[in-house]
Design a protein around this ligand. Structure first.
Ligand code: AFP
Length: 281
């Protein structure tokens, strides 16, 4: 598993360089979720694939940018990744990220054994969740990632990232979000899952919500590439990750590009989500 984490350090440096130098425009193609691809989506996917397929411990890789997996005759781990999450933010120079989940014997929530993400912002930072959650920062001079700290969430936070289109939120969800703001939570939402969830982790806690809604009853964020990896990070950091009712890592995957409503946060906030959503049963 260490070789996979080390590989993402090399991937981070190459994708960071591509973000700074390559064209931020769109290509004509769509990915398997029907999203128009940015040129950097394709470039980033090629960078990740090039590195991972060379690793003896990797048996299979599957990308958010591709319909199906690429398998090998050797290896133990299955790696699901979103090579460049938030690519619609590239042309406005906001932070974006790479997300990865390392799985064994399948792609259900219970199969994830490690995960991590890279934030491409004013600095390049890597967060890795194994038994604990560790944060590293790229030293631009030495091109080495240096350990910064272990990440742990407080029982209650102060910031709130309410995803999705408010026009389509279910009334009980909108009331829950409004009530939290009236309790003094501060709005922190950029439209990039990686920086938005990174901020909550580094600020000690809060709530990120991408709910089911009238336009997207099953939410928008993908289980394999986005939701399960961050659920693993949040739980290892002492937080919680649910679909409104169930622990996200108890969910099964029927199709590689399945989505799910998702809530990530501290104990106090996730308890509130459960109370509100239980009341709708
Ligand atoms: P893009 O990759 O199209 O920019 O979408 C980013 C994302 O998948 C995730 O990073 C965000 O949390 C979420 O979409 C934002 O979605 P909304 O724009 O609907 O809030």
């Amino acid at each position: 598993m260490t070789e996979i984490i080390d590989s993402f350090k090399k991937i981070a440096i190459e994708i960071s360089e591509a973000i700074k130098t390559k064209d931020t425009g769109k290509v004509e193609t769509q990915n398997s979720s029907g999203d128009i691809q940015a040129k950097l989506d394709v470039i980033s996917d090629e960078i990740v694939e090039k590195h991972l397929l060379n690793l003896p411990s990797v048996k299979e890789i599957i990308s958010e940018e591709k319909e199906s997996a690429v398998s090998k005759n050797e290896g133990k781990y299955l790696v699901a990744y979103d090579p460049l999450d938030g690519s619609s933010l590239i042309d406005v120079d906001l932070s974006v990220g790479t997300i990865f989940g390392i799985y064994e014997n399948g792609y259900n929530g219970e199969n994830i054994v490690a995960s991590g993400y890279i934030v491409y912002g004013p600095r390049v930072e890597l967060v890795v969740a194994r038994d604990i959650v560790e944060m590293f920062r790229l030293n631009e001079k030495t091109k080495e990632f240096e350990f910064v700290k272990e990440i742990n969430l407080d029982k209650k936070g102060k910031i709130l990232g309410p995803g999705g289109t408010q026009k389509y939120w279910y009334p009980y969800h909108k009331k829950m979000i409004d009530d939290l703001f009236m309790e003094g939570y501060r709005l922190r939402y950029s439209g990039g899952m990686v920086p938005d969830l990174h901020q909550i982790l580094l600020k000690g806690g809060g709530l990120f919500a991408y709910p089911g809604a009238e336009d997207k009853p099953k939410g928008k964020l993908r289980k394999l590439f986005e939701v399960f990896p961050f659920a693993y990070v949040y739980k290892k950091a002492g937080g919680f990750a649910i679909d409104g009712e169930n622990d996200l890592l108890e969910l099964e995957t029927k199709h590689p590009h399945d989505t799910t409503p998702c809530f990530f946060g501290s104990e106090y906030e996730i308890k509130r989500v459960k109370e509100v959503y239980k009341g709708q049963k």
